[in-house]
Design a binder for this molecule. Structure first.
Ligand code: KIV
Length: 288
């Protein structure tokens, strides 16, 4: 295939995802935060790509999502936008950018669409009034309920939510309220699978689970978790599909060994003067 050939673009949109829910066809979603990984994820056929504020831990070295700024989200979403052709591109609204007042939240969300090319924003927690305001401003919204990483201090850690009948009922009520407010999709994190199954069956919009069992309309995980590019113990719901950290360490150590043993670069990896230029230059050197 020529490098210039256009890539296949059977573009994923919210109606496409809603169709998948109706057809019972599971939706595969992942995070990505930069151009090369987003390009690989998109070319591998992932349906929804989230520039999550998990970028704080996955690539920026923060110990939670709380320090992530809007500028950081814009910067990474732009890089991902340049890579993605097919997947639906969603960007997280970081902590503090939609909590103070709705007008400011609309302005911040609009920047993620207008300046970075996101197709929707994701907000954490039950916020039907804000969701409705964003939808009225033509900003598609993804809701995030259950375990809310931005609420880590309130929850007292990253803990499974909805474990009691009352708590499960509250999550269902919140999900229905967010759907009524116009959200296009729900991410449901860290809840018992019975809760996820009921929420999924009760909503018309797709429900994408993370640590929420098999009965959701789709699944999302953090790319760096499935590739083992993280430095903290993985949550129970993470499945490792590759150990890129080990592969990268081996590759880097081999490179360093080759440099120190003068095995790198080889002849074929070096440039040469033409015979003519070499003779002229040698002659010039002798005259000096
Ligand atoms: O920030 C994030 O990566 C998320 C998850 C749902 C994957 O919100």
């Amino acid at each position: 295939m020529s490098l210039l050939a256009p890539r296949e673009t059977d573009k994923v949109t919210f109606p496409v995802l809603a169709g998948k829910k109706r057809a019972g066809s599971p939706i595969a979603a992942l995070t990505a935060y930069d151009y090369p990984t987003a390009r690989i994820v998109d070319e591998a056929g992932i349906d929804l790509l989230l520039v999550g504020d998990s970028l704080g831990m996955a690539v920026l070295g923060y110990d939670s999502t709380l320090p992530v700024t809007l500028e950081e989200m814009l910067h990474h979403t732009r890089a991902v936008r340049r890579a993605v052709r097919r997947a639906l591109l969603v960007a997280d609204m970081p902590f503090g950018t939609y909590h103070a007042d709705e007008a400011e939240a609309v302005r911040n969300a609009a920047r993620l669409l207008k300046e970075a090319g996101a197709e929707a924003v994701k907000i954490e927690g039950p916020r039907p009034a804000l969701a409705n305001r964003l939808v009225e401003a033509e900003i598609p919204v993804v809701a995030h309920l259950g375990l809310l990483p931005q609420g880590v201090h309130r929850m007292g850690g990253y803990k499974v939510q909805g474990r009691t009948a009352d708590a499960a009922e509250a999550i269902l009520a919140d999900a229905l309220a967010m759907e009524a407010a116009g959200v296009a999709l729900l991410v449901l994190e860290g809840v018992p699978q019975e809760v996820a199954r009921r929420v999924t069956a009760s909503l018309r919009v797709p429900v994408i689970g993370i640590g929420a069992g098999l009965q959701c309309d789709g699944q999302i995980l953090v790319l760096h978790d499935i590739l083992n590019l993280t430095f903290t113990p993985a949550a129970r719901f993470v499945r490792r599909y590759a150990d890129l950290a080990a592969q990268m360490r081996d590759a880097v150590a081999s490179y360093a060994d080759d440099v120190r043993a003068r095995r790198f670069p080889a002849e074929s990896e070096s440039y040469h003067l033409s015979e003519e230029a070499r003779l002229l230059w040698d002659g010039a050197a002798k005259e000096r």
